[in-house]
Design a binder for this molecule. Structure first.
Ligand SMILES: NC(=O)CC[C@H](N)C(=O)O
Length: 194
């Protein structure tokens, strides 16, 4: 199984390490043509405005939409979550606009820049060590979105079919269980296609 990590900006190598611990081959993705050989894609954290601009410049917007439309799984963390949202509070334009949710940027940052906590995540056996860095919050979700985790009653992880998002960074600890969850999503879609 080959999982790409969008390598335009942000925490790329850490995601490659975590997805390889979960048993997949991790590929740094710099050109949209590379998507053709992938089974799943991770969009990392970083700065969503920058990632959005670079995605437009290098033809990733249409390419990732087409990738997702084939049913292939996409996992966005932190800034990656923001670029996947249909709506971003205070901004006129979304980026990929894939997932039926509204997000608020830097929502936790107003309280605390960054922090770590143990989170219960639906579908994971053990609490997950989660690192929040100027993290966004999901403030509204559509009815097709399954809420996987909350922190202080705020939504911090969710899934909609082949789309997975977390407002925290699951790649910055040794716990790769959310990456394993993503590889399981890929296996399920592959089984459904065959
Ligand atoms: N760690 C992160 O990815 C931070 C996201 C960043 N605050 C943004 O709004 O794009």
């Amino acid at each position: 199984m080959k999982v790409g990590v969008l390598a335009l900006q942000g925490a790329v190598s850490e995601h490659i390490r975590s997805i390889e611990l979960a048993g997949a081959e991790g590929v740094a993705v710099k050109h949209s043509e590379q998507l053709e050989e992938l089974d799943g894609l991770i969009i990392p954290g970083g700065e969503s405005t920058t990632i959005g601009k670079l995605m437009r410049k290098y033809g990733f917007i249409e390419a990732i939409r087409a990738f997702s439309a084939q049913g292939k799984p996409v996992f966005g963390t932190c800034a990656g979550l923001i670029v996947m949202a249909k709506e971003i509070e205070g901004e006129e334009e979304a980026h990929l606009g894939l997932m039926d949710m509204k997000v608020s940027r830097n929502a936790f940052g107003r309280q605390r820049e960054s922090f770590e906590t143990d989170l219960d995540v639906k579908g994971l056996q053990e609490p997950l060590r989660a690192v929040f860095i100027r993290a966004p919050l999901i403030t509204e979700v559509g009815e097709n979105v399954d809420i996987l985790s909350t922190y202080n009653d705020e939504i911090v992880a969710a899934r909609q079919g082949n789309l997975l998002v977390s407002s925290f960074h699951p790649e910055l600890t040794d716990d790769y269980s959310l990456h394993t969850y993503f590889t399981e999503m890929i296996k399920t879609t592959q089984a459904a296609v065959q």
